[in-house]
Write a protein of this length. Structure first.
Length: 148
């Protein structure tokens, strides 16, 4: 049995989400994997960078492309704690990411609800560690509401 399964890598993405949480960012984390090796780690930086495009996935795509020396991520897997939004799903199309694995669903702004097209060869797996991913997000927003 391969110890480097979807849950293993989602736990790594959750570590990134915790880093975002600790910085006061919406706690979404992402890792990009190639042949069981993490080649990119990222988390939301929209507040830190004052940039609405600085989502975890976007940061991870850039980092993975830098690592590979090219813009296409055909053989890579994106693990992300929250279902990608329309922007991040659109970027995955252009990066031609091989597979997207996400944890918590995004019932209002997720790519599946908005029917955003992915690259035809991109595979999707949803609900990996969904409860853990969702709990961190819920905790963040509950604490944020209680501070205001």
């Amino acid at each position: 049995m391969n110890p480097f399964d979807d849950e293993y890598f989602m736990k790594k993405a959750l570590q990134e989400a915790q880093t975002a949480f600790d910085k006061g960012e919406v706690p979404v984390g992402a890792v990009i994997v190639l042949k069981d090796q993490i080649i990119a780690r990222a988390h939301n930086l929209t507040e830190t960078l004052n940039d609405v495009t600085a989502h975890a996935e976007m940061q991870a795509y850039t980092s993975a492309s830098d690592f590979l020396g090219g813009k296409y991520l055909k053989d890579c897997i994106l693990y992300v704690t929250l279902e990608p939004c329309q922007m991040c799903a659109g970027a995955s199309y252009w990066a031609q990411i091989g597979k997207i694995v996400y944890g918590a669903r995004e019932p209002k702004l997720g790519f599946s609800v908005l029917e955003t097209k992915l690259h035809p060869k991109t595979k999707v797996i949803s609900g990996v560690l969904e409860e853990e991913c969702g709990l961190l997000l819920k905790r963040f927003f509950v604490e944020k509401r209680n501070l205001n």
